[in-house]
Structure formats: structure tokens, C-alpha cells
Ligand binder design. Sequence first.
Ligand code: UDP
Length: 325
Amino acid sequence: MSKKILVMGGAGYIGSHTVKHLAAKGYDCVVADNLVYGHREAVPAGVPFEKADLNDPSSLEALFSKYDFEAVLHFAAFAYVGESVTDPQKYYHNNVVGTLNLLAAMKNHGVKKIVFSSTCATYGEPQYTPMDEQHPQNPINPYGRTKLMIEQVFGDYAKAYGLKYIALRYFNAAGAAADGSIGEAHNPETHLIPLVLQAIQGKRPCIKIFGTDYPTPDGTCLRDYIHVEDLAEAHRLALEKLDQYSGYINLGTGVKTSVKEIISAAEKVTGKKCPVELAPRRAGDPAELYAAKGKGETVLGWMPTYMNIEDIIATAWKWEENRKY
Ligand code: UDP
């Protein structure tokens, strides 16, 4: 039997797009998810699905006993920054203890390769932009700290146990599958693009712009929106690179887009007005966050294909108009 790729958290937003991409390229994936935030419907037909939970080591043991894995893609994490401040125990248990459980199961079964979902939130308040991988890491919330802790664990496990790892530090994941079959479906939704599109649809009263007094050209925050299918391809390339390289890689486009520009682009794509309310700043939001071009290209040979924000929003709109879950 050929070796398989375990996609932990493969029913979530970025995980499911990666599974779809890998399956289309002929990779043999197994998806495991606890379905707390993931959607069973997001896993393509024909890809084996197993219910497993990082905080239940017996479910991990059963998973690793049933299949022969070559590598793990690890997407399974809680990712609400605000909630991580009010309920840090939930985040440290799932994201840190849970990942240690996963690494233990890998070690017990001789699986040495992992690609991990990290985040630009590990950098904290930017000291300079664009941000490269050498930027100091001082996360400003428990969510960012959980991701940084795991990055540090990888280095130690690599030295002691020969773990091969790539931690991908995403900027703002956005968009949906070009064919409209899967997309972003958080509950509750907190991300800008789906909220803007839902306000345009009348599913929400308006979009609140969090802060209009930032030191940016239009006073609203600048972010680097990276298409989820470009993230999926970066994971595939990282999988292929694990024999030669372990380390940390930013994934962004290097293009910065303001909150107001997102709203204008969404109005253009949909041909409809977005009701807007000006609101105070949200705690913990830096004025600008965007990635320097660098290791994505030089180490992985990765180039984002979606460089235009309207193209990214068009895929999200196709999904929002015909959501399946
Ligand atoms: N934002 C906003 N209104 C919202 C949600 C987000 O103005 O209802 C802003 C937020 O302040 C940030 C940008 O949109 O500057 C992207 O936020 P999101 O939560 O999508 O991602 P984050 O940058 O926090 O990872």
C-alpha cells in the first residue's frame, strides 16, 4: 500500500482547499478533523475521512495505526484572536498540547515530516514593513503565542529526533475555490471579505470599518490578502521540499490593500453597494501588515497567481452566492 499524506484539520477553510488541490494532483490524502469548526462537506468525495481530535491521543493512535503516513499537513487549530484572549486555556490546550500529542503519535510511528500552519501573528506589532522571516517575533495575543511555541518546539524536535518541518506563516487568507465548490465558512465569521460580501447580500446590516484614523493613505488598515488556492499550492511545494529544507516561510503577495479598498473592490465585483458604518479601532490591529518577497520564492519556487484583489474577491463572491455549507 502506498504511503499517504495525513491532513489534520482538512475539513477547515485552508485545509479543505489544500486537500482538493492535492487530490487533483494525484496525492493520496487522508483527512482527519474533529468537526468542531470543520465541515464534513468540504472534504472531496473519494478522500478518506477520519474523525480524530488532537486532545484525544487514543484517536490519534488509532489513526496512525490504521494508515501508513509519509507526512502530515497540520491545519487543526483554533484561530479566533479575540477568543484566545478571553479563553487562553482553550488555545493552549488545543493548539499547543494538541500539537504535542500529534508530534508524539508521529514519533511513535516513525513519521518525520510535517508542514504546519503558522501565521504572521507570530511577529506581533511590526517593527518594519514589508515583513521578512527575520522580523522579531513578539506575538501580542495568546493565539500568536501558541503558534510561536510550536515553531520553537519544531527546532528542538528536529535536533533531537530528526523531525523535518516547514512552518508556513500565512498573511490574510482569502477567496474560495475557483469552481465555487468550497469556500470560507467560519461560525462565527470575523473576517473582512466574507463580512463585506454578506453585508452586500443583506445578510448583515452593514460592515463596520474598525478605525479610520490609522497612519495609512486612506486611514484604514492595510493587509496582505493571499488567495487560499495559492496557499494550497505552497503546501504542496513545502511537502516536496521537506527532505532538503526545514524552517519558516512567509506566505503573502507583498501587495497591501486597505479596508476601504476591499469594500470598493467588492462593490465593483458585485455591482452592488455595501452599507458601511465607521467604528473605533479593534484592539490589537496594527496599521499595516504585509510580506516581503523572499523564501516562498527562493526556497519553495512558489509564486502567488492571484495578485489582483478583485480576482480574489470574485472567487469569494461566487462561493457566497451559492454556499453549500
Ligand atoms: N476589519 C474591519 N471590520 C470587520 C472585520 C475586519 O474593519 O468587521 C478589518 C480589521 O481591522 C483588519 C482587516 O479588516 O484591519 C482584516 O481583518 P480580518 O479579521 O479579516 O483579518 P486579520 O488581519 O485580523 O487577520
